[in-house]
Design a protein around this ligand. Structure first.
Ligand code: CMP
Length: 141
C-alpha cells in the first residue's frame, strides 16, 4: 500500500487532576477506541522550569502562576498520539478549554467543571506539536 504522507503526531498530557481522580484509563481508552496510536507514554512530574518551557506562550498571563502550581502538583501522563489529522481530532475529543462550557461527549465536557483543572492538554497546531514532542520526548525527534 502506498502512503502519501506519514500520519500526524500530537503531544497530550493527562493532567494531575485526571491522575488524582483515577481517570487515566477512561481517557486513554477513548483515544484507543478512536483508533489513534500511542507512540510514547510516560508518567512524569513537571518541575517549575519545565512548566515554563512547556507553557512558554502563557508565562506572562495572569492565570499562569496558579496553572503552574496545578501542573507541578503531582504526576501526569505524557503521550504522543498519531493518526490521520490527529491534532484536530484530539482537540475535538477533549473539548473547549473551560470544562463548564465544553460540549457533552468531550472529555472536558463529561468530567471537568473548571477552566484550569481541565484534565487534558493537547497540542493546538503542527508547530506546537513539533515543539512539545521535542521537549517531552526528544528521543522521537
Ligand atoms: P491547556 O490546554 O493545557 O493550555 C493552557 C492551560 O491554561 C489550559 O489548558 C488551562 O488549564 C489553563 N487556562 C487557560 N485559560 C485559563 C483561565 N482563563 N483561567 C485559568 N486557567 C486557564
Amino acid at each position: 500500500m502506498s502512503s502519501s504522507s506519514p500520519d500526524e503526531r500530537t503531544l497530550v498530557l493527562i493532567k494531575p487532576d485526571a491522575v488524582g481522580r483515577g481517570l487515566v484509563g477512561e481517557i486513554l481508552s477513548r483515544f484507543e477506541r478512536k483508533g489513534l496510536r500511542i507512540d510514547a507514554m510516560a508518567s512524569r512530574t513537571m518541575d517549575g522550569d519545565f512548566a515554563d518551557q512547556h507553557y512558554a506562550e502563557h508565562v506572562d498571563k495572569a492565570f499562569y502562576p496558579p496553572l503552574k502550581g496545578f501542573m507541578t502538583s503531582g504526576p501526569l501522563v505524557a503521550l504522543v498520539l498519531s493518526g490521520d489529522q490527529v491534532i484536530e481530532v484530539v482537540r475535538g475529543m477533549i473539548g473547549s478549554t473551560d470544562g463548564r462550557r465544553a460540549a457533552a461527549g468531550t472529555i472536558r465536557g463529561d468530567f471537568s467543571l473548571s477552566n484550569r483543572e481541565n484534565l487534558v492538554h493537547a497540542s493546538d497546531s503542527t508547530d506546537s506539536s513539533k515543539r512539545e514532542i521535542a521537549l517531552w520526548f526528544p528521543e522521537l525527534g
